[in-house]
Design a protein. Structure first.
Length: 509
């Protein structure tokens, strides 16, 4: 029984424990719910407080924006009102100006009517004056006008000549020093060998017996030589001399060199001739290339195409009026470069144009046309600059100048070709040029005598003082210069000097 009691007690105790546990848990849960409710209420209160603050801030911002909008609107209205007032003022001013202009227009119309009346009155008075003058002078108005125009024309011509002399004198004073400085500087800087190299066309033989060996049996040797070189061999009665004739100076040089070698070797037959001619042609080609390279180096224009360098070298065997064309080309290049530097032009273009300006002479016996056009065409084919092409084409004024370097090259060419000793001239041509100069001078009215001096570079003209006055002498000199330029071809320039002298002679008895 005790065991049952103990078990019952234990059960009761367990039930009581469970009941107490449920009770405690319920109390704890109610406290937790209460705390959560308090916290939620607190959060709701805080949110409501924050909502009120945000609503207040929004209302304040709305009020501020409304005030700013109203102020901006007031400012715009004020500005618009000011613009309206200014427009009204401007309209009033324009109306006033329109009224003034109308008033001025009325006054101008009145003035024009008055002027027209005065003009009519002046015309009537002028007609009366002209009629009175015609009655007094006995001349009609047209006759008097002609006399007056003639007097005015003479006076105008007199004043024009005086003005022309003044302009020429001033131009000479300003330009002579500068021109002299440029040309003298260019000539001083050039130190070229001015000895002219003539192409040798005569071969001297050791004896007349060599002529027969050159001709060969039935003329086979001379035919082989002519066929291999393209040059005619002239063997005549001239002692110990063989003449080479051909248009191509390079071929003549090949023939001369080959014939010289054959004469020195002594073995002359068709097989040997062909071999020696080939060797001579190779030697001449080498000399041409070396001469071209040396000319390019001397002129200071490296980088030219090899074909152009070879053409320049061919000019070593070409002469013009006794002047070696290769030496002349290098000299022209130096002169053009110096003048281009002095004038601020393209120095390199002027230098290349001066070196290549006579390039066409190397092939002018093979290609038709003037050598300037031929050289320009070759330069253009090798993509040379436009300034260089134009300088070559225009150096004889056969085409228009298209750049400043073209006249520079033309002047440098004239300086190199026309300086004393540059070119040879036959006596017949020289005398003919002097006679033509004197004939042109003496063809003008008032010329008494003329003298060509300074190797034809100056003409001195004596005029009759009773027919030519001082101003007419200036005009006469200008007319003679123009006729010389139109009628004659000459190197350099010709100075024309007109001399007028008045002598008064009396005898004491």
């Amino acid at each position: 029984m005790e065991w049952v009691a103990v078990a019952a007690t234990a059960v009761i105790a367990g039930v009581v424990g469970v009941a107490v546990g449920f009770l405690v848990r319920g109390v704890w849960a109610s406290q937790t719910v209460k705390a959560a409710n308090d916290k939620a209420a607190r959060i709701v209160a805080e949110a409501r407080a924050q909502q009120k603050d945000m609503i207040l801030e929004a209302k304040d911002e709305k009020l501020r924006l409304q005030r700013e909008a109203e102020e901006e609107a007031r400012a715009k209205r004020s500005e618009i009102q000011g613009l309206e007032r200014r427009l009204l003022n401007r309209d009033e001013q324009l109306d006033q100006r329109a009224d003034l202009l109308e008033e001025k227009a009325r006054k101008i119309n009145d003035r024009e009517r008055e002027v027209e009346k005065q003009r009519e009155e002046l015309g009537r008075l002028n007609q009366e004056r002209v009629a009175a003058l015609e009655r007094v002078s006995g001349l009609s108005a047209e006759d008097a006008k002609g006399i007056l125009l003639e007097a005015i024309r003479d006076e105008a011509e007199h004043d024009a000549v005086k003005l022309a002399r003044s302009i020429e004198r001033r131009a000479r004073d300003e330009a002579q020093d500068k021109a002299r400085e440029i040309i003298v500087t260019a000539m001083q800087r050039v130190a070229a060998d001015h000895t002219a190299e003539h192409t040798v066309t005569v071969v001297h033989l050791p004896s007349d017996e060599m002529k027969g060996r050159i001709i060969g049996r039935e003329g086979r040797n001379i035919r082989a030589l002519e066929q291999a070189t393209g040059v005619d061999l002239i063997i005549d009665d001239t002692p110990e001399t063989v003449v080479l004739s051909g248009f191509d100076p390079v071929r003549r040089e090949v023939a001369r060199l080959a014939l010289t070698k054959l004469i020195a070797d002594g073995r002359i037959h068709p097989g040997r001739i062909e071999e020696v001619v080939n060797k001579a042609r190779a030697e001449v080609d080498l000399v041409i290339r070396q001469a071209g390279e040396q000319a390019v180096y001397d002129a200071g224009v490296p980088g030219l195409p090899p074909e152009l360098v070879k053409l320049i070298g061919r000019l070593k065997y070409r002469t013009s009026y006794g002047q070696n064309v290769l030496v002349h080309s290098v000299e022209t290049s130096h002169l053009a470069a110096i003048m281009a530097a002095e004038l601020g032009a393209d120095v390199q273009a002027a230098k290349i144009g001066g070196l290549l300006h006579d390039m066409g002479k190397a092939v002018d016996h093979e290609v038709e046309g003037p050598h300037a056009a031929i050289g320009a065409s070759i330069a253009q084919k090798h993509n040379m600059p436009f300034k260089v092409v134009n300088s070559i084409a225009a150096h004889h004024q056969e085409v228009e100048y298209a750049c400043i370097e073209a006249p520079i090259v033309q002047v440098a060419d004239a300086i190199s070709a026309s300086r004393p000793g540059a070119r040879g001239e036959t006596m017949e041509t020289y005398v003919k040029r002097l006679e033509d100069l004197q004939a042109i001078a003496e063809s003008f009215t008032g010329v008494e005598r003329s003298f060509a001096v300074q190797a034809g570079r100056e003409v001195r003209i004596l005029v009759r003082p009773e027919e030519i006055d001082d101003l007419s002498a200036t005009r006469l000199a200008r007319d003679i210069v123009k006729k010389i330029e139109d009628s004659l071809t000459y190197p350099g320039q010709i100075k024309v000097t007109v001399i007028r002298e008045t002598r008064a002679t009396e005898y004491a008895k």
